[in-house]
Design a binder for this molecule. Structure first.
Ligand SMILES: *Cc1c(COP(=O)(O)O)cnc(C)c1O
Length: 393
C-alpha cells in the first residue's frame, strides 16, 4: 500500500490521537531508516528513545528469533529464566535490591506510585499518601501518571483526577519546602525532563531534595523511562547526580524495541509489594526479557557507556558550533539533546531537516529533541550536523 491509501485508512479506522509525520517507513538498518520511496534518513528519534541499538541489530534479532521459537510467553504463574537474568543484571549494576517487571513507562510509574503509597501506609498508617512531582514533568498517560505529570495541557477533559498529588517548581528548593507537608510520601523526578523540553535538573537541587527526603523517610523515585539504559552516558542518569534513589522506573530503551518496563526498589522498599498486591500479565515475559537481556549485554559495559558520553559531547559541540542566531541553546546529556529554537518556526525546521534526510523529535514548546540510537557513529553525527548547518545557517 502507498502512503496515500494508508493515510486514508488510518484516518478512517485508527483513533486520531497523533499528528503523524508524512512519512511511510518500511525498513531500518542500524541508524538509518528508509521510506516507501527509497529515501534514506538518519534516525535521530530511536522511536522516542526506544531503539537504543538501532534497527535490525543482528544480536537482538537473533535473540528474539531464538526465544520466539522456544517460549514467548508463559505468564507470571510460572518461573522463566530471561527475567531473572535481567533483574540480576539491573540490581548488580545499581546497588538496588529488587525489580518488578511491567511493560510501558506509564505502567512502571503507576506501580511505583502504588509501592510508595503502600510503603507509607505500612509504616505510618493512613493519610500520608501525597506524591510530589515537578512542574513540566511527564510520567505517562494513565490516570495516576497523568495526574503526576506536571503539565496542564495534558490535564484538560479528564476530571476527576485521583487525589494526593502536588507539584514543585524544578530547581526551586523553596517551592519544594513549601509543598512538603506531613501527607507527602514520595517525590518523583526525571533527572532530565524529556517531553517537557530536554531540561536537565540542577545537581544541587536533586541532592538537596534527596537529603531532605531521606531525613523524613520520604521516598525518592527517579523516572528513568527516557533517560535510562545508557541514554545519557551512564546506565541510569541519576548515577551522574550522586544520589541513591529508593525507586527507579524504566521502559523505553530497555527492550530495544520490544515492549518491557518496570522498576527497581532499594532494600528499604523491595519487600513492600507482596503476593497479590501488584502484577502484570505480560510483565517480564520470556520474549521481552530476552530482548532486554541482549540490550543490557551490549549497553551495560563501561566502554559502550563512555562512547555514548563522547558521542553526545561531539554531537552537542557540532550543534553549538553552528553559526546561527536561530539556535538559541543546545543542551542535554549524552545522546539526549535539545536544540532550542523559535516555537513558531519549529515545525518548518523539522520538515526542512527531514527533507535533508534527518528525522528528529520535538519536546516542550521550543525544543527539537534528538535521541539517536546509542550505536550512532561519528560519521553519521557529522552528516546530521551538516544538515542542521544547511537548515540554520
Ligand atoms: C515516555 C515516558 C513515559 C511514559 O512511557 P509510556 O511507555 O509511553 O507509557 C513516562 N515517563 C517518562 C519520563 C517518559 O519519557
Amino acid at each position: 500500500m502507498d502512503l496515500l491509501s494508508i493515510k486514508e485508512m488510518e484516518s478512517k479506522y485508527v483513533m486520531q490521537t497523533y499528528s503523524r509525520e508524512d512519512v511511510l517507513l518500511v525498513k531500518g538498518q542500524g541508524c538509518l531508516l528508509y521510506d516507501d520511496q527509497g529515501n534514506e534518513y538518519i534516525d535521530m528519534t530511536s522511536g522516542i528513545g526506544v531503539n537504543c541499538l538501532g534497527h535490525n541489530h543482528p544480536k537482538l534479532v537473533e535473540a528474539i528469533q531464538d526465544q520466539a521459537q522456544k517460549l514467548m510467553h508463559c505468564s507470571n504463574i510460572f518461573y522463566s529464566e530471561p527475567m531473572v537474568l535481567v533483574a540480576r543484571e539491573l540490581v548488580k549494576a545499581t546497588g538496588m535490591s529488587k525489580m518488578f517487571f511491567a511493560n510501558t513507562g506509564a505502567e512502571a510509574n503507576e506501580g511505583l506510585i502504588k509501592l510508595a503509597r503502600k510503603y507509607s501506609q505500612d509504616h505510618y498508617g493512613k493519610g500520608r499518601y501525597k506524591i510530589l512531582s515537578l512542574v513540566q514533568s511527564f510520567h505517562g498517560r494513565t490516570m495516576m501518571t497523568l495526574t503526576a505529570t506536571g503539565q496542564d495541557k495534558f490535564h484538560h477533559d479528564f476530571d476527576p483526577f485521583p487525589e494526593g498529588f502536588d507539584y514543585v517548581k524544578a530547581n526551586d528548593i523553596a517551592s519544594f519546602l513549601e509543598k512538603l507537608d506531613d501527607s507527602v510520601c514520595c517525590v518523583i523526578m526525571e533527572m532530565i525532563q524529556g517531553e517537557g523540553g530536554v531540561l536537565p535538573l540542577e545537581k544541587e537541587f536533586v541532592q538537596t531534595v534527596a537529603k531532605i527526603c531521606k531525613e523524613r523517610d520520604i521516598l525518592v523515585a527517579v523516572d528513568e523511562v527516557q533517560t535510562g539504559i545508557g541514554r545519557t552516558g551512564s546506565l541510569f542518569c541519576y548515577q551522574q547526580y550522586g544520589i541513591q534513589p529508593n525507586i527507579v522506573s524504566m521502559a523505553k530503551g530497555l527492550g530495544g524495541g520490544v515492549v518491557i518496563g518496570g522498576f527497581l526498589a532499594d532494600k528499604k522498599c523491595s519487600e513492600v509489594l507482596t503476593p497479590g498486591t501488584h502484577g502484570s500479565t505480560f510483565g517480564g515475559n520470556p520474549l521481552s526479557a530476552r530482548a532486554a537481556q541482549t540490550v543490557l549485554s551490549i549497553v551495560n559495559r563501561p566502554e559502550f557507556l563512555k562512547e555514548v558520553k563522547e558521542k553526545g559531547d561531539y554531537l552537542m559541540d557540532g550543534l553549538k558550533n553552528i553559526a546561527s542566531s536561530k539556535i538559541k541553546e543546545v543542551r542535554g546529556m549524552g545522546l539526549m539533546v535539545g536544540v532550542i529554537v523559535d516555537p513558531e518556526q519549529r515545525t518548518q525546521y523539522v520538515h526542512a531537516l527531514r527533507h535533508r534526510g534527518v528525522l528528529v523529535l520535538t519536546a516542550g514548546k521550543d525544543a527539537i529533541r534528538l535521541l539517536p540510537p546509542l550505536i550512532i557513529t561519528k560519521e553519521q553525527i557529522d552528516k546530521a550536523v551538516s544538515s542542521f548547518q544547511e537548515v540554520f545557517e
